[in-house]
Write a new protein. Structure first.
Length: 505
């Protein structure tokens, strides 16, 4: 039964039974409806995963979502709950009042909650009521988000591994075309740069789903990890432990391990690598044993930082060995991975459900891939598409999540080679990394001109004082950094194209 409430612009007019708390109220479990007896202008959409469209959108315009691409929506958002005609998101949502304050409704548990809004209502529902209830917050944006984060930490936990300061990864320069010699040379070229983590990305494994090294790494991954550690960096490794490609041994030899589609056959969990891929049924004891083995193996090789990608696939609707709430299934799987890795191995979640990641991941990607271009034609109608503009526009509204785990806005660029980014665009992406507190790059030092190397060294070596000024503006060591132009550019592009997309739905 829906709990009806009414907000009169100042307080909850019928708050009997609510628990007053700092910056708002605690609301019991079940669906909630807050009728709005005041003007509201915008809705803050929280996307389900790292890549899902997120941020503020005017209530009188088309909803912020992925338009016109069903495969992309399946990969980058909660397609099972997509609502093309309503402003709605996952876990937490908010409306902005005419005076600048916001009214936030945020879930405090793992029930796959949905929060939506109209000019007259802010409402929340859950797929599974786990009894956790909601936080209804009122006040300045940064203060209300901080209080919501505090409540989530109290219920779901805090990171356990030492935080990351700086990182170099192989992906945005070499993609899957990596081998032992290339990684060795790139790492040697880093010299004495202060790189906390060196991450070997996709391309080391035999195939996605079978997590053993391919023939391009003849010395083995343990030897590579030892080499990375010898330069004083934490060895890092990419893997996607909850999915497998159709051609993997995991899929072909263990079809019973796969989440099933209710209509028959294995569930298609998403699309990448010019293929679809499947999700593992982590409610099965044999799959749990497999996950434990994979994680203990890579940690045994010496890797102390794991980037776990495409993780949302473990929380999709489907037929499993045990019929359990899907976010609970997912959380149990990640807790198993955490136990196998140990508390000191840094776990970065990518493509993860955002709220259920609190307490089990040390860091989380908070936007799409930045890539080496500012925007593509597909970027505008698809806010989850790779590109620097989408990366900034999605990550800035999620900087409040720094109180939950480290937020990773993806890599910064300093090279002028093999990129179309302008100097100003590169600076915006680098400023976002500094403000977020997670500074990473994929630039090979050998690709950089002398001034670019100096800029990279300065980026990696700084420990700036960051202060939020509000409205997407920050003070970084006395310098004003304003992400507002990028956020507005992304919004303007969506306004031009999503209206046509909405008419085609």
């Amino acid at each position: 039964m829906t709990r009806p409430l009414r907000f009169d612009g100042t307080t909850i007019a019928d708050a009997e039974g609510l628990v007053a708390t700092a910056q708002g109220w605690l609301v019991g479990s079940g669906p909630v409806s807050v009728m709005l007896d005041t003007d509201v202008t915008e809705f803050h959409r929280q996307g389900w995963t790292s890549w899902s469209p997120s941020g503020w959108a005017p209530l009188d315009e088309s909803p912020l979502r992925i338009w016109g691409d069903d495969e992309r929506r399946q990969t980058a958002d909660d397609a099972a709950n997509d609502t093309p005609d309503r402003h709605e998101g996952n876990g937490v949502g908010a409306v902005r009042l005419a005076d600048g304050r916001m009214l936030l409704l945020g879930a405090l548990g793992l029930g796959t909650p949905r929060v939506g809004a109209s000019p007259t209502e802010l409402s929340g529902t859950v797929e599974h009521d786990d009894g956790s209830g909601w936080f209804l917050g009122l006040g300045p944006e940064d203060t209300v988000f901080a209080r919501y984060a505090e409540l989530l930490r109290e219920r779901l936990g805090t990171p356990t591994a030492p935080p990351v300061s700086t990182l170099w990864c192989s992906w945005y320069s070499y993609f899957e075309d990596i081998d032992e010699q290339l990684i060795t040379t790139a790492v040697d070229d880093l010299g004495t740069l202060p790189i906390d983590v060196v991450q070997v990305d996709d391309g080391w494994e035999t195939i996605v789903g079978d997590w053993l090294p391919n023939e391009k790494f003849p010395s083995g991954m343990d030897a590579l990890a030892e080499r990375l550690a010898a330069r004083g960096s934490r060895p890092g490794l990419w893997l996607a432990p909850l999915i497998c490609l159709p051609g993997s041994r995991t899929a072909t030899e263990h079809p019973e391990w796969l989440v099933q589609d209710p209509s028959g056959g294995p569930l298609v969990a998403g699309h990448n690598w010019d293929s679809h891929y499947f999700a593992l049924d982590t409610t099965r004891p044999d799959v749990q044993e497999h996950l434990d083995t994979v994680i203990r193996r890579v940690v045994g090789w010496g890797f102390r930082y794991l980037k776990l990608d495409f993780m949302y696939a473990g929380a999709l609707r489907g037929v499993r060995h045990q019929d359990l709430p899907r976010e609970r299934v997912w959380r149990d799987a990640v807790e198993l991975i955490r136990a196998a890795a140990g508390p000191d191995v840094y776990l970065l979640g990518c493509g993860v459900p955002m709220v259920p990641s609190v307490g089990v991941f040390d860091g989380v990607r908070v936007g799409p891939d930045t890539a080496s271009d500012w925007t593509y034609p597909a970027c505008v109608a698809d806010p989850s598409h790779e590109g620097g503009l989408n990366g900034v526009a999605a990550s800035v509204p999620r900087l409040w999540m720094r109180d939950l785990y480290q937020v990773d806005p993806d890599v910064a660029y300093f090279r002028s080679r093999e990129t179309t980014l302008t100097a100003e665009q590169r600076q915006t992406i680098a400023d976002l990394a500094v403000v977020s507190g997670f500074r990473s790059t994929s630039d090979p030092v050998a690709w950089l001109e002398a001034p670019e190397r100096v800029a990279l060294e300065r980026f990696l070596g700084q420990s700036p004082v960051v202060e939020r000024l509000g409205d997407d503006r920050f003070l970084v060591d006395g310098r004003t950094v304003d992400f507002g132009p990028a956020v507005r550019e992304a919004r303007a592009g969506r306004e031009r194209l999503t209206e046509a997309g909405s008419r085609s739905v």
